[in-house]
Write a protein that binds this ligand. Structure first.
Ligand SMILES: [Zn+2]
Ligand SMILES: [Zn+2]
Ligand SMILES: [Zn+2]
Ligand SMILES: [Zn+2]
Length: 867
C-alpha cells in the first residue's frame, strides 16, 4: 500500500515550529524519521507527525500471509535444474529407478553418486546466470548509478546502490573506500548519524584518498554535532583545520573553510545552551515477563510437557492452565538461511546491464537477519552482506568460508539445499557422522521407532534418552541441538522417487563442488577433531566422493527431505521502494527458511491456540487464547480456517503428508457448518439485497422476489469491480487523490448491489478510502472509513485476532494524527490489549503504542485547543 505524507500536515507542522524545544515529545524514536530536515528539536513535532503517518503504511496492509505455494517454489532448485533431473530420472533403466525408489538414504546416495556426471555440465551452465562473484565493472556501474540518484536527492536508493557497489569491489582495493565515503554522505542526509560515522571510519580505514579527506572529516564533525557529542565534534574540527593548514590554502578548500567556521559557531551555540535532558523517556516502564523455563525442553515454558504417541508423534501439551499472551516458547533458530529473492537469478545470461532491483540480500543481514542500513560486504562474494563486521566474521568462521565460493550453485539449487549444507557445517563433521552411523543401526531395526512408540517405557534406548522419545538426549532432555534436528522426520518413504532423486543429485553436486574447490578439509575440520584433521591422501578417482563427504551428503539429503515438512518460514513486513520521501510500500514476505527443532514439536491446527512472531532469527510462541491443562498446543502451518475453505486447506497440507483433523476441519467436513470464508464472501440478491443461495444458480431467499442469477455472472461483476478498485489505487499512486475517492465511492455503490455487507471486499474498499483520506490529512474521514473496515475484519478474524490488533493500531495512528485524544487513547488501549497477547509487552508495536500514549497525555494544551 502506498502512502504519501499529506502536504497539509507539513504546513501545519511548520506553523507549530514555534513550540520548540518540546522536551515532552519522545524524541529518539521519531527524530530518525524526520527526513531531509535539519535534525534536532526544531522539527520535533513535524517528526512526530511524519513518523506516525509513515508508520500508517505498516498497518495499511490487510494481507498478513504470503501464499505457501509460492513459498515452496522459491525454496526448491530453479526450474531448469528440476527439469534436467526429471529427464535424467525418466531416462534411467527401470531396474535402477526401482532400486533408487526403495532404498534407504544411505543406499540412494551410494547408487546415485555416479549419476550426476552427465548433468554436471548443464548445472554449471545454469550457475553462470546467478551472479554471486565480485565484478569490478558492476561496482563501477552501481557507484555511478548511486551518484546519479544522490544528485537527485534520492538518498535511500543511493545508499543501497553504494552498498551494492561496495559488495563488488575486490578486497583491499581503494575504490571501496569511495563507496563508503559516498554512502556516508547519503546516510547523513537521511539523518542516520551513527551509521554515517561508522561509514566514515570504514572509508578512513580502507585508504580513502588524503586530498579528499577534509570533506569527509567535516561531515564527521557535523554528525557528532547533531548527536550532541560536542567535545568530539570540536576535536574533529581541529583535525580538519590542521589538515587544511598542512595542505596550504587551496581554492577548493574555500567552501570547506566557510563550512568549518559555521560549524564552529554551531558548536559554540550548543555549548552555551544545552538541550533539555530526555532520559526520563528512555526508560518507559516495561512489564517484565514471567518466564520459567522447562527442565526438559530447552526454550519452552515450564507449563508444557513433551508427549509422544503413534498418532500425533511428538507433541506439546499444557501441563497447567495457560492464559492468553503467556509466553510458551522462545527459540533461536538452529540454522537459518536468508531467501535471496528472485532477481538474483537473471532470466537471460546474455543480459549485460546489472540489476538495480533490491533483493532480500540487500535488505537483511546474511547471518542475523537484522535490517541493513549500511552493509558490510563479504570479502569473497557479492551476495553475502552483513549488518556489522562482527556478523561477517562470525559467519565466516562458522560456515561462510565454505559457502562463499559456492554462491552461484547454492542460489541455483535453492534455499532448502542451502539450509541443508549450513546445517551440517554448523553441526560439524564429528556430530554428523555420529548421528548418521546411529541412523544406520536404526535402519537395521526398521520398526524400532514403532516399537518404541508402542511401548515407550519398555524400550528404554540409551541413545535417544531414557524417556524413549526421539531427539531427547541421555537425560531425557529435548534441546535445540543437531541431534534434535537430525531426529525430525524426513518421511523418506513418502516423498516421490523423482523428488528424492532431484534432492540427491543436488546434494551430490554440492559435495562435488566442495571437493573440487579444495574445501573438503575445511568442511571436515569444523570440529578440529584430530581423527579427521589429517590430510586425506587416499587415492580417489576423480568425481568419486570421499567416504567422509558421502556421510555429509547423506545427512544433507536427510535435511532437504525433512525441510519439506519441518521448514519454518521467518516472515516480516517488508518495506519496498527506495525509502525516499514518504511513499512507502509494505508487504509480508518470507525472509528466511529455518530449522527450529523445538518449535517443530508443535502440530498443526487450522484454528491454532497460539501465535508465532519473529525477531531476527528468534521465534516466540504465545498462547492466543486460554489453554486448559491437558490440551495440546497447536500452531498453524499456513492454511488457517479464516483464510481458506477446508478443501483448499487439506490440499495444501498434503505437502506435509497428513490430513488435518482439527476441530475446524472436522466441523466443516462432517457437519454442515459452512466455512467462515465462504459465509462471509457471499453475494446478495441484486434486486432486493436479501441473501442468495445455491451452487451454479443462486436463488434469492426472499420468496416475494424469487430472482435467480448464475454464479458466473456474479463472479464476472466481482472481477470487474476488482479492476476498478485497482484503477482507483493507481490514481492514488499518481497523486490524484480526489479522483481516487470518487472512483472508490462509485465502486462501493456498485458493490452494495451484489455483495453481502460482510464481504471482504466491502471492508477493503473502506480501508482504501481511509488510506486516501489519510493521505489528504483528513483524519476524521479516514477514521470513519477505517472503523467500518474494522467491523468486517472483526467478523472474519475475531475480536482478539492479530489482524484486529493491526487494524486498531492503524486506527490509533489516524486518531493520533487527528488529535482526537480521547478516542485515540481508548483505541490505543484496545490495540495494546490484543497485540500484547500476540507479540508480548516488550514488542516494538507495544512500545510504539505506549509512546503515542505518552505523547498524547503530555501534549501542551495550546496544541489541543488550536486544532
Ligand atoms: Zn548481522
Ligand atoms: Zn562470501
Ligand atoms: Zn484443520
Ligand atoms: Zn431478491
Amino acid at each position: 500500500m502506498v502512502l504519501r505524507v499529506p502536504p497539509r500536515s507539513a504546513a501545519a507542522a511548520k506553523s507549530s515550529r514555534r513550540l520548540e524545544p518540546c522536551p515532552l515529545l519522545p524524541a529518539r524514536p521519531y527524530v530518525r524519521a524526520a527526513r531531509g530536515l535539519a535534525g534536532g528539536s526544531t522539527a520535533l513535532l513535524l517528526a512526530v507527525r511524519c513518523r506516525t503517518a509513515e508508520a500508517l503504511s505498516d498497518a495499511l496492509c490487510r494481507c498478513y500471509w504470503a501464499p505457501p505455494l509460492e513459498v515452496r517454489v522459491m525454496a526448491l532448485p530453479v526450474e531448469e535444474w528440476r527439469l534436467c533431473a526429471a529427464r535424467r530420472w525418466a531416462a534411467l533403466e527401470p531396474a535402477v529407478r526401482e532400486r533408487l525408489a526403495s532404498s534407504s538414504l544411505h543406499d540412494t546416495l551410494r547408487l546415485g553418486c555416479g549419476l550426476l556426471r552427465p548433468e554436471a555440465e548443464a548445472l554449471s551452465r545454469l550457475c553462470h546466470r546467478a551472479r554471486a562473484g565480485k565484478e569490478p565493472a558492476a561496482a563501477r556501474f552501481y557507484r555511478e548509478e548511486g551518484n546519479r540518484l544522490f544528485g537527485r536527492r534520492r538518498y535511500g536508493a543511493a545508499v543501497r546502490l553504494y552498498s551494492q557497489a561496495a559488495s563488488h569491489e575486490l578486497p583491499g582495493c581503494p575504490e571501496v573506500s569511495v563507496c563508503f565515503a559516498n554512502r556516508s554522505a547519503a546516510l547523513f542526509h537521511l539523518g542516520h548519524f551513527e551509521v554515517c560515522l561508522e561509514d566514515i571510519a570504514r572509508a578512513e580505514s580502507h585508504g580513502y584518498p588524503d586530498r579528499l579527506l577534509p570533506k569527509v572529516l567535516l561531515r564527521k564533525a557535523e554528525c557528532l554535532l547533531c548527536l550532541g557529542r560536542l567535545q568530539e565534534a570540536a576535536d574533529a574540527l581541529s583535525v580538519v583545520e590542521s589538515k587544511i593548514a598542512m595542505d596550504g590554502i587551496m581554492t577548493t578548500h574555500q567552501t570547506l573553510l566557510k563550512k568549518l567556521s559555521q560549524l564552529r559557531i554551531k558548536i559554540h551555540e550548543k555549548e552555551s545552551c544545552p538541550e533539555p535532558a530526555r532520559e526520563a523517556h528512555d526508560d518507559i516502564q516495561r512489564k517484565l515477563e514471567i518466564w520459567e523455563e522447562n527442565d526438559s525442553i530447552s526454550g519452552a515454558s515450564s507449563s508444557l510437557t513433551l508427549n509422544f504417541d503413534r498418532e500425533r508423534g511428538r507433541h506439546l501439551v499444557a501441563s497447567q492452565d495457560i492464559l492468553p499472551g503467556q509466553n510458551l516458547l522462545k527459540e533461536e533458530a538452529f540454522v537459518s538461511v536468508l531467501c535471496p529473492g528472485e532477481s538474483l537469478l537473471l532470466q537471460d545470461s546474455s543480459e549485460t546491464a546489472w540489476d538495480t532491483r533490491v533483493t532480500n540480500a540487500d535488505l537483511y543481514c546474511h547471518r542475523c537477519l537484522r535490517q541493513l542500513l549500511a552493509s558490510v560486504p563479504c570479502r569473497g562474494c557479492s551476495y553475502a552482506k552483513y549488518c556489522s563486521q562482527n556478523c561477517a566474521d562470525v559467519a565466516w568462521e562458522q560456515y561462510h568460508r565454505t559457502e562463499c565460493s559456492l554462491g552461484a550453485l547454492l542460489l541455483t539449487l535453492g534455499v532448502f539445499c542451502h539450509v541443508a549444507l549450513r546445517t551440517v557445517l554448523l553441526a560439524g563433521f564429528a556430530e554428523v557422522s555420529r548421528l548418521v552411523e546411529w541412523s544406520h543401526d536404526d535402519d537395521k531395526d526398521l520398526h524400532n521407532l514403532e516399537a518404541r512408540c508402542k511401548h515407550p517405557s519398555e524400550a528404554p534406548d540409551t541413545r535417544t534418552g531414557t524417556r524413549g522419545i526421539p531427539g531427547c538426549n541421555d537425560n531425557g532432555q529435548y534441546q535445540s541441538s543437531y541431534q534434535a534436528v537430525f531426529n525430525l522426520l524426513p518421511h523418506a518413504e513418502k516423498h516421490s522417487p523423482e523428488h528424492k532423486f532431484l534432492c540427491m543429485l543436488s546434494v551430490v553436486a554440492i559435495c562435488k563442488q566442495l571437493q573440487e574447490a579444495g574445501l573438503e578439509a575445511a568442511v571436515l575440520n569444523q570440529e578440529s577433531s584430530e581423527k579427521w584433521s589429517k590430510p586425506k591422501t587416499c587415492e580417489k578417482t576423480s568425481g568419486e566422493l570421499s567416504p567422509e563427504l558421502k556421510i555429509m551428503a547423506e545427512a544433507m539429503l536427510r535435511h532437504v527431505l525433512q525441510l519439506q515438512c519441518n521448514a519454518q518460514a521467518i516472515t516480516v513486513m517488508q518495506e519496498s521502494g527506495s525509502g525516499d520521501g514518504a511513499v512507502v510500500n509494505k508487504k509480508p514476505v518470507r525472509l528466511a527458511t529455518a530449522f527450529f527443532p523445538v518449535l517443530s514439536l508443535l502440530n498443526h491446527s487450522c484454528c491454532p491456540n497460539t501465535s508465532v512472531s519473529f525477531s531476527g532469527t528468534a521465534a516466540t510462541v504465545r498462547a492466543s487464547q486460554p489453554i486448559p491443562s491437558g490440551q495440546e498446543i497447536f500452531h498453524c502451518y499456513g492454511p488457517h480456517r479464516c483464510r481458506m475453505r477446508v478443501a483448499e486447506r487439506q490440499q495444501l497440507l498434503s505437502q506435509y503428508f497428513f490430513e488435518c483433523h482439527c476441530q475446524a476441519c472436522l466441523d466443516e467436513l462432517e457437519s454442515d457448518v459452512k466455512s467462515v470464508v465462504s459465509m462471509r464472501n457471499s453475494f446478495c440478491c441484486p434486486s432486493c439485497w436479501a441473501s442468495i443461495q445455491g451452487e451454479d444458480m443462486l436463488c434469492c431467499s426472499n420468496e416475494a422476489c424469487a430472482i435467480s442469477v448464475s454464479r458466473e455472472s456474479l463472479s464476472c461483476r466481482l472481477w470487474d469491480l476488482q479492476q476498478q478498485i485497482k484503477k482507483a489505487l493507481e490514481l492514488l499512486r499518481d497523486g490524484k487523490a480526489d479522483q481516487a475517492i470518487k472512483m472508490l465511492l462509485k465502486c462501493q455503490m456498485d458493490a452494495r448491489n451484489f455483495l453481502s455487507p460482510e464481504h471482504l471486499l466491502m471492508g477493503e474498499m473502506e480501508d482504501h478510502l481511509a488510506q486516501v483520506y489519510a493521505t489528504l490529512g483528513k483524519w476524521q474521514d479516514a477514521a470513519r472509513h477505517l472503523e467500518r473496515s474494522i467491523e468486517i475484519v472483526e467478523m472474519h478474524h475475531g475480536p482478539s485476532s492479530v489482524e484486529m490488533g493491526h487494524e486498531l493500531f492503524k486506527l490509533a495512528q489516524i486518531l493520533f494524527n487527528g488529535f482526537a485524544v480521547s478516542e485515540a487513547l481508548s483505541t490505543i488501549q484496545r490495540a495494546e490489549e490484543i497485540l500484547s497477547v500476540h507479540y508480548g509487552p516488550q514488542s516494538t508495536q507495544i512500545q510504539e503504542l505506549q509512546e503515542m500514549k505518552t505523547c498524547l497525555l503530555e501534549l501542551p494544551r495550546s496544541i489541543l485547543q488550536r486544532t
